[in-house]
Write a protein that binds this ligand. Structure first.
Ligand SMILES: C[S@@+](CC[C@H](N)C(=O)[O-])C[C@H]1O[C@@H](n2cnc3c(N)ncnc32)[C@H](O)[C@@H]1O
Length: 310
């Protein structure tokens, strides 16, 4: 069982994108010094959380509450980046992981170990804030997901990311999560990323080469491919774990087919309102689907639609 994100996450969700204001829901005031900006350059899909003044202390978890249509944007203390300002990159990454543990998002020691080993700072483009709990733009109308989303998806998939297992990461973007999958399944397993923007694939391979997962690029247990992820990657199917990093209007049939009996897929589904769905294929081949939490991701779409979205 993964973490009960309904109980843990919705407290950190933000108002529906495209809403005229970015005010907190009633009774959930934002800490002072926080500025919420919408970024029209990203089709109004993202909100940016900026610490205007340093926050002197950690923000406690808020009251759990479901905020349909909200954005899972930030769960960590807003001053984390500031607090870590003077530390080295690996210290900052470690502190980020510790915060995610403290907030109950990371519960597995294996997930913590892997997120500590793969420095997020190597995957966020220059000028970004890699240890800030927010999605960051990576170009091509895409983002690297927020650390808490990565952590939560790793937690949900952990049992299907055991050594020797096969994992597919659809919409692999920066390669961060594919690298984490590779460390989880090890050299005897397979971690496969599929991304349809060739430039992102090239950058992700460079990112991974500098990371703890580099040896697995060399031994072939980690690979990234340029392809339409809606078709999965049939060459290496079936997969024990499938992660989809972009929101599909419906669950693509090809991905269900490529899931191994006993396998699990985590996929955001929807357009305006999206749910993170957990799809389990039982050993007899039947499939069960449940909603984990409301989320907001960029769409799983065609390359043309993505590049011309605005
Ligand atoms: C929110 S980003 C997440 C990236 C990755 N999980 C990360 O954190 O770096 C979603 C990614 O899905 C990719 N994408 C969208 N539609 C796709 C498709 N049909 N096939 C492959 N990749 C797709 C986008 O280009 C983008 O890189």
């Amino acid at each position: 069982m993964g973490p009960d994100l309904r109980k843990r996450w919705p407290a950190y969700q933000f108002p529906p994108l495209g809403s005229s204001s970015a005010k907190s829901p009633p009774g959930r005031a934002e800490p002072s010094g926080i500025l919420l900006l919408s970024l029209p350059v990203f089709s109004g899909r993202f909100l940016l959380l900026l610490p205007a003044t340093p926050q002197p202390h950690c923000r406690p978890p808020r009251t759990p509450e479901k905020n349909r249509g909200g954005v899972n944007l930030s769960i960590l203390p807003v001053d984390m980046e500031h607090a870590l300002w003077s530390s080295g990159a690996s210290d900052k990454n470690k502190s980020m992981v510790e915060q995610l543990q403290r907030y109950g998002i990371i519960r597995s020691s294996k997930v913590a170990e892997v997120m500590e080993a793969v420095d997020r700072g190597l995957f966020v483009p220059p000028g970004g804030s890699p240890y800030f709990d927010s999605p960051m733009p990576i170009g091509y109308n895409a983002t690297i997901s927020a650390p808490h989303m990565h952590a939560a998806c790793l937690e949900l998939l952990e049992k299907n990311l055991q050594p020797g297992m096969r994992a597919l990461d659809v919409g692999s973007g920066t390669g961060y999560l594919t690298a984490c999958f590779a460390l989880m399944v090890g050299s005897e397993g397979r971690a496969v990323g599929v991304e349809h923007i060739p430039e992102l694939v090239a950058t992700s391979i460079e990112n991974i080469k500098r990371s703890a997962a580099a040896p697995q690029l060399n031994d072939g247990s980690l690979s990234i491919h340029i392809a339409d992820g809606r078709e999965g990657w049939p060459e290496l199917a079936p997969y024990d774990a499938i992660h989809v990093g972009a929101a599909a209007p419906q669950i693509p049939e090809a991905l269900i087919e490529q899931l191994k009996p006993g396998g699990r897929m985590v996929i955001p589904v929807g357009t305006m309102f999206q749910e993170l769905k957990v799809v389990d294929k039982k050993l007899d081949g039947t499939v069960s689907i449940r909603d984990e939490t409301s989320v907001r991701y960029v769409p799983l779409t065609s390359k043309e639609a993505q590049l011309h979205a605005n």
